[in-house]
Design a protein around this ligand. Structure first.
Ligand SMILES: Cc1cc2nc3c(=O)[nH]c(=O)nc-3n(C[C@H](O)[C@H](O)[C@H](O)COP(=O)(O)OP(=O)(O)OC[C@H]3O[C@@H](n4cnc5c(N)ncnc54)[C@H](O)[C@@H]3O)c2cc1C
Length: 404
């Protein structure tokens, strides 16, 4: 007898309804304002922490679900509320994912709570991989980490760009090269604690979408961190480097391990935006009259909505499958994590564009949320691996060929 079920259990339904209520009451009414202000929505994050939607307990409860679905349900609802505000809460989770993927149990115990802080004293985290000359090509990172044996300290130098919560985070996780000759196999992740001198914020970027989420450069100039800030520890790193130098198989790359774990979660956010746009367009099409009839009575409009709903539901199925596979420790043999992010990201762009079309001129102006959702959706085909890179991962996985 298989125990497979597509039904959500009572806990998941309660969680979904609670987060949906939060998204409806606390996010939708302020979304347009924070999009315009284009700055970190501190009062919102504070409120989310007080209500229990931001913080260690919230994330741990969602992650602990053995089916893997709870986190996906939460993210879909939050992004349905607003993707920029959602990212202002979830940027921290990227840093946390890096610590959980690469840190020792002791490092996880010490640093994960410090990424969130408490409702009275909220903290943020950031995960910094990308550099001006190293985006999709993570193997070419120039940020260097040198070990000062006498002081048992690591010295970081380099510039990171496009970093969510970059420069304002209390905990930065920085991916740096320890041995550039080894490419991505010669990289490691380092925690830079709050107040460490040598880390500063560079340019803050003005963006097309998810504008409530802070994105900036992070500059590292002789930034010294204790040896204990190397995620996984020195012994493990030395063993890995020795294996790579001898041409033996090494464990997965530091940055890639994090991205593998977070792709379905990124897809779930794209899904939330797509569903929001689909629902809005459906309601609108059932109210708007032209030529004396509802616009939904035209096949041209109804078929768009049929396609939108089909893609939204297909995205959810791919995301739930990938997340369930990850939670039940089934390997992504065909790039299932990438498939979920690829499909949901492209669905969000297409569905939000169709929603604009269904609203006509009303879809194009800021009095209605649909144009914002379209702007917000586009990042989901770019960050955490562009659509092209997701296709590369899937193509390599299914073919076994090193496709370029
Ligand atoms: C709002 C925002 C937030 C972000 N947050 C973070 C963060 O928190 N931390 C972090 O580390 N990074 C972050 N990023 C960076 C993001 O992950 C990168 O922008 C992304 O990986 C793409 O890198 P790139 O911009 O340098 O594009 P490039 O790698 O230069 O790619 C340019 C184009 O070339 C294509 N391309 C590149 N290589 C190939 C190939 N081999 N085959 C086919 N096509 C290819 C790409 O798909 C893309 O279309 C963020 C970016 C943005 C915009």
């Amino acid at each position: 007898m298989s125990d497979f079920s597509m039904d959500l259990n009572d806990d998941q339904i309660t969680l979904r309804d609670w987060v949906h209520g939060f998204a409806e009451k606390e996010m939708r009414p302020i979304a347009a304002e924070w999009d315009e202000r284009e700055e970190t929505p501190w009062p919102f994050i504070q409120e989310a922490a007080k209500l229990g939607v931001y913080g260690l307990d919230f994330i741990m409860n969602a992650i602990r679900d053995p089916t893997g679905l709870s986190m996906m349900i939460v993210l879909e609802e939050l992004a349905w509320g607003d993707a920029g505000l959602c990212m202002s809460l979830m940027g921290t989770t990227l840093g946390v994912a890096a610590i959980v993927s690469n840190g020792t149990p002791e490092q996880q115990m010490e640093w994960v709570p410090r990424c969130y802080g408490t409702p009275d004293d909220i903290k943020l985290a950031a995960f910094a991989v990308t550099e001006p000359d190293a985006g999709s090509d993570v193997s070419s990172l120039r940020t260097r980490a040198l070990y000062d044996e006498a002081k048992d300290e690591w010295i970081l130098n380099g510039t990171k760009t496009w970093i969510t919560n970059g420069g304002i985070a209390n905990v930065h996780v920085i991916v740096a090269s320890v041995d550039p000759k080894l490419g991505s196999r010669g990289q490691a992740s380092f925690i830079v604690p709050e107040g460490t001198s040598g880390l500063s914020m560079g340019q803050k970027f003005k963006k097309m979408g998810i504008r409530a989420s802070h994105t900036a450069e992070v500059v590292l100039e002789d930034c010294r961190v204790p040896g204990s800030c190397l995620l996984g520890g020195k012994e493990k790193l030395d063993e890995k480097l020795a294996r790579v130098r001898e041409g033996r198989r090494a464990s997965s790359q530091a940055a890639m391990a994090t991205f593998e774990a977070t792709r379905p979660a990124v897809g779930a956010q794209a899904l939330g935006i797509a569903r929001a746009a689909y629902e809005y367009a459906l309601d609108y099409a059932k109210e708007r009259k032209q030529f004396g009839r509802l616009i939904i009575e035209n096949q041209a409009i109804a078929f768009k909505l049929a396609n939108m709903k089909t893609s939204v539901d297909a995205s959810r199925l791919l995301i739930w499958r990938a997340s369930w596979m990850a939670a039940t420790r089934k390997p992504f043999t065909s790039g299932e994590g990438s498939m979920s992010k690829l499909f949901a990201g492209e669905t969000a762009v297409r569905v939000t564009e169709e929603a604009i079309q269904i609203l006509g001129g009303y879809g194009y102006v800021r009095d209605y949320p649909v144009e914002r959702w379209h702007r917000d959706s586009k990042i989901y085909t770019i960050f955490e691996g562009t659509s092209e890179i997701q296709r590369l991962i899937i193509a390599r996985a299914i073919s076994g060929v090193h496709i370029r």
